[in-house]
Design a protein around this ligand. Structure first.
Ligand SMILES: Cc1ncc(C[n+]2csc(CCOP(=O)(O)OP(=O)(O)O)c2C)c(N)n1
Ligand SMILES: [Mg+2]
Length: 309
C-alpha cells in the first residue's frame, strides 16, 4: 500500500505538468485541444498504484495522469505531448495517442469510449492465453451512453473477463450535467444490470480509489470477472482549454468541490513535508519541459513510416 507522500507526489507532479501545458497552450506553443483533470488527480494516483507494470491500461483524452502514474518516463511523455521526434511515439501520437506496450499502455484516446473495447479485447487475450494480466479502462460518466460500451459490459460479464471498468463520475459530459443525459443517474445500478459487480468510492481520496481498484484487480486475477467502479470526483476547471467551466456550473458548486480537492486534503495529512515534495516535482517538471521544448520536430520524411494508414 503506497504512503500518503507517494500519492501526494504523483498528484503534484500531474498538477505541475498541467500548469506547464496550460502556459504553453496560452502562448500558442502547444496547439490543439487540452483536456486537463484538475481536481480529479486522486483517481489516477490511486488506481495506478494498484496495477502491475504489465497490466493493461486504456484511458481518455484526460489520461496523461494515468500514463505518468503507471510509471512511464516524464521526459518521453512530455516530448510526445509536444509532438517531438524524441517523444514516446516519435511525435506521431501526441497527447491523445500516448502508447507503450512495455507498460501495458494501449493508448490514451480522443474518442469517447474508444479505449473500452480495446481493454476488453486485451482482457480476452489475457484469458485465452492463460495469463494473469488484468486490463483497466478509464472513462467518464457520459461514456456510459455510448452503445458499444454496453456491448463491452455484456461481453465482459458473459466471459468473466479480467477487466476493471473505472468510471470517473465528474457529474458532467462536456457541458451537460448527468441528469440531462442519463435516464437513470445511478450508474452502478445500470451496470449491475449486466451482471457486473459494482463498487462506488470517493474519487477525491487516493487511498479509497486504491482500495477499490486493488479489490477489483484481485478478483479479476482470480478469474472472478469484471468490476465496475464509480469514482465520484469533479474537474475544478473547464472541459478543455476554451471552456471557462463557469457557464453551466454555479460558483458555489465549484467552490465546494475545490474545498474537497485531493491535493489540498492530502497536504493537511502530510504537513510540513508537502512543500518540499511539491517544489521538487515542480522543478523536475519545469526542467523536463524546457528540455522537451528544445527537441527537434519529426522530419517530414518520417511522416509515412510506422503508420498503418
Ligand atoms: C465518439 C465521440 N463522441 C463525442 C465526442 C465529443 N466529446 C468529447 S469529450 C465528451 C464528453 C465525455 O464526457 P465523459 O465521458 O463524462 O468524460 P469527461 O470529459 O467528463 O471526463 C464528448 C461528448 C468524442 N470525442 N467522441
Ligand atoms: Mg464526465
Amino acid at each position: 500500500m503506497p504512503q500518503a507522500e507517494d500519492f501526494y507526489r504523483q498528484m503534484v507532479r500531474l498538477r505541475a505538468v498541467e500548469n506547464e501545458l496550460t502556459k504553453l497552450s496560452q502562448t500558442g506553443q502547444l496547439r490543439g485541444s487540452l483536456h486537463l483533470c484538475q481536481g480529479q488527480e486522486a483517481v489516477p494516483a490511486g488506481a495506478c498504484a494498484a496495477l502491475r507494470k504489465d497490466d493493461y491500461l486504456t484511458c481518455t483524452y484526460r489520461g496523461h495522469g494515468y500514463v505518468l502514474a503507471k510509471g512511464l518516463d516524464l521526459d518521453l511523455v512530455l516530448r510526445e505531448i509536444l509532438g517531438k521526434a524524441s517523444g514516446l511515439c516519435k511525435g506521431k501520437g501526441g497527447k491523445m495517442h500516448l502508447f507503450d506496450p512495455e507498460f501495458g499502455l494501449l493508448g490514451t484516446n480522443g474518442i469517447v469510449g474508444g479505449g473500452v473495447g480495446t481493454a476488453v479485447g486485451a482482457a480476452l487475450a489475457s484469458w485465452i492465453d492463460g495469463k494473469d494480466q488484468v486490463a483497466l479502462t478509464v472513462f467518464g460518466d457520459g461514456t456510459l451512453n455510448q452503445g458499444h460500451v454496453s456491448e463491452c459490459f455484456n461481453m465482459a460479464a458473459l466471459y468473466k473477463l479480467p477487466v476493471i471498468f473505472l468510471c470517473e463520475n465528474n457529474l458532467y459530459a462536456e457541458m451537460t450535467p448527468l441528469e440531462r443525459s442519463h435516464g437513470n443517474t445511478d450508474l452502478c445500478a445500470r451496470v449491475a444490470g449486466f451482471g457486473i459487480k459494482t463498487d462506488k468510492c470517493d474519487g477525491n481520496d487516493p487511498f479509497l480509489v486504491y482500495d477499490a481498484v486493488h479489490k477489483a484487480v484481485e478478483r479479476a486475477r482470480k478469474g472472478e470477472g469484471p468490476t465496475f467502479i464509480e469514482a465520484m470526483t469533479y474537474r475544478t476547471i473547464g472541459h478543455y482549454q476554451a471552456d471557462p467551466g463557469t457557464q453551466y456550473r454555479t460558483p458555489e458548486e465549484i467552490a465546494q468541490w475545490k474545498e474537497k480537492s485531493p491535493i489540498s486534503k492530502l497536504e493537511k495529512v502530510i504537513g510540513n513535508a508537502a512543500e518540499a515534495i511539491r517544489e521538487e516535482e515542480e522543478n523536475r517538471v519545469s526542467e523536463a519541459m524546457q528540455s522537451a521544448l528544445k527537441q527537434p520536430d519529426p522530419s517530414p520524411t518520417h511522416a509515412l513510416t510506422e503508420v498503418f494508414a
